[in-house]
Design a protein around this ligand. Sequence first.
Ligand SMILES: Cc1cc2nc3c(=O)[nH]c(=O)nc-3n(C[C@H](O)[C@H](O)[C@H](O)COP(=O)(O)OP(=O)(O)OC[C@H]3O[C@@H](n4cnc5c(N)ncnc54)[C@H](O)[C@@H]3O)c2cc1C
Length: 111
Amino acid sequence: MVQVSLARGRHAVVIGGSMAGLLTARILVDYFEQVTILECDRFPTKSPQPRKGVPQCKQLHILLTRGRQIMEELFPGLETELIDADAAVLDMGADVAWLNPFGWAARFPSG
Ligand SMILES: Cc1cc2nc3c(=O)[nH]c(=O)nc-3n(C[C@H](O)[C@H](O)[C@H](O)COP(=O)(O)OP(=O)(O)OC[C@H]3O[C@@H](n4cnc5c(N)ncnc54)[C@H](O)[C@@H]3O)c2cc1C
């Protein structure tokens, strides 16, 4: 097991406030007195909206299980919030039809 020891710093700056930036900032608040996110877009204040800096956001996105677990640890209650905001819960193995160069992937409950 690798142990990381970080001295507590004063001010960390994260450039970009999308998935990577927000998750990075969440980790850094445990180690820095102040964390500032520099984001060139304005975030929507009400319901989620597409924004210029993340052109791929209009595309359907799937959050895989390990990512969901990690994000739930970092932001307790996030999963419930996402479901309340109409995120669909899927079993990737059973519910997603996947066409690849070898044909349709086998469907099976993956958990
Ligand atoms: C078509 C498509 C489908 C995808 N589907 C999935 C999927 O199903 N599941 C999945 O996990 N991933 C999926 N991905 C990948 C996923 O979208 C990216 O991995 C993810 O969005 C990357 O997040 P990020 O925070 O690293 O970068 P980005 O989301 O690109 O965010 C970068 C941020 O930095 C800001 N920024 C840029 N320049 C500056 C600057 N100079 N100063 C300040 N701020 C700046 C931008 O405004 C933005 O907020 C998909 C990608 C595409 C294109």
